[in-house]
Design a protein around this ligand. Sequence first.
Ligand code: FES
Ligand code: FES
Length: 172
Amino acid sequence: MRVTFEVNGEPVTADDVWPGESLLYVLRERLGLPGSKNACEQGECGSCTVYLDGVTACACLVAAGQCAGRSVRTVEGLAEAGPDGERRLAAVQEAFVEAGAVQCGFCTPGLLVQADDLLERTARAGRGVPGDPEIREALAGNLCRCTGYEKILDAVRLAAAREAGTTEGGAA
Ligand code: FES
Ligand code: FES
């Protein structure tokens, strides 16, 4: 079947999609977007997290056919164009680099999307920097095989503090 939807603001069409094919497969293998990672394919690790109509979802659990007419944003779409037209890393991406939150990097794309969602929800609600329990809960579905969670938490605190315009949450 043919599936037409939007990815990172652009209309895309995937042909010859079979009924059980996942959104993750279509993104990686048909659309050339390998940022979302394929690890468990069971919704357990969060490596494949994307936005689907503005809500985070595991792309491995979403049938591509369900995405017809919908909007997907992947880790490749987090960076946005600045006033000069140059694409810039999202706050959370910069913070991951600065805090040294990337080890092998396999979990990083999913964590970035999930952390970006936390920051967006926090900003929309007009709240300040999320506390550690909220950060940990938001990232609870994202597993890091390298297990270095402290730097990841540092990065999210740093990005959240910058977004909130405070100096809290500096990286260790
Ligand atoms: S690959 Fe989708 S949750 Fe693990
Ligand atoms: S950095 Fe290696 S899996 Fe998380």
